[in-house]
Design a protein around this ligand. Structure first.
Ligand SMILES: [Zn+2]
Length: 245
């Protein structure tokens, strides 16, 4: 059943009420609406718990899409109780974890601004993210860190602009990712924009991001690995390079 994905319009919504609409054989729960992000586009799905009317909790292990993007399935941890269809729950996203993912995800966008090569893959993590670029040049990681931190310190706004699938098709140049498909199929596509009037960047992305670059905080490029002749893997971590020593 199609879900109202509340996080698409509010990345900072960590709790809301919802009604159970379906239960899958594996215990997966579908709701009429959700603030839980489902795994996609390199960003892991949310964890957290549902609070039932009697105050008891259902702990969630992961959130994933069903057969299509408008289906979101919340999978309880093993041994958790199963709610009834029609039951009203209060959703609670594990916010500290999600916020780290939002900061990291935004950092990946900043890296793509600093490093303007086609992206061949990306994975956002709580402690480390990686972005793969189609490039053969050697680049100094401390220089990349300095440029990314300049964008963080300048505190640019980060916002979403919705365009239609047709508008995206008419402007293929805005897609930086080679292998990751932009989030089409919902009729509208979210463009993640950085800077006043998108001056710094705009690219299609269905993930969750912070609303100004300063929120990313201290990040640095821990490693640049050579993965084949024309592929470089960048690893972003929280903190500063001196934390490594
Ligand atoms: Zn993104």
């Amino acid at each position: 059943m199609s879900v109202n994905a509340l996080y698409r319009d509010d990345f900072y919504l960590s709790t809301a009420e919802a009604v159970v609409t379906a239960i899958h054989e594996d215990g997966g729960i579908e709701l009429d609406q959700t603030c839980f992000y489902a795994t996609s586009g390199g960003q892991p799905g949310d964890t957290g718990f549902f609070e039932r009317a009697d105050g008891s909790k259902i702990a969630l292990g992961q959130t994933r899409h069903g057969a299509t993007k408008d289906i979101i399935i919340h999978v309880p941890q093993q041994g958790e109780a199963s709610p009834a269809i029609g039951e009203k729950l209060v959703m609670h996203v594990d916010w500290p974890r999600r916020y780290r993912l939002m900061r990291m995800h935004t950092a990946c966008h900043l890296l793509s601004v600093v490093c303007q090569y086609p992206i061949t893959g990306a994975a956002v993590g709580e402690d480390e993210s990686r972005v793969d670029f189609d490039m053969s040049e050697t680049i100094d990681k401390d220089e990349v860190t300095a440029k990314m931190m300049a964008l963080v310190d300048e505190n640019h706004p980060v916002f979403v602009q919705w365009i239609t699938d047709e508008e995206l098709a008419a402007n293929p140049g805005i897609v930086k990712s080679k292998n990751v498909r932009p989030p089409i199929g919902l009729g509208r596509v979210s463009l993640v924009c950085i800077g006043e009037n998108s001056a710094i960047d705009s690219q299609p992305c269905g993930g969750t991001h912070v609303s100004e670059t300063q929120e990313v905080g201290a990040i640095y490029i821990a490693k640049i690995e050579k993965k084949g002749k024309e592929n470089r893997r960048f690893r972003i971590r929280f903190g500063t390079a001196t934390d490594e020593v």
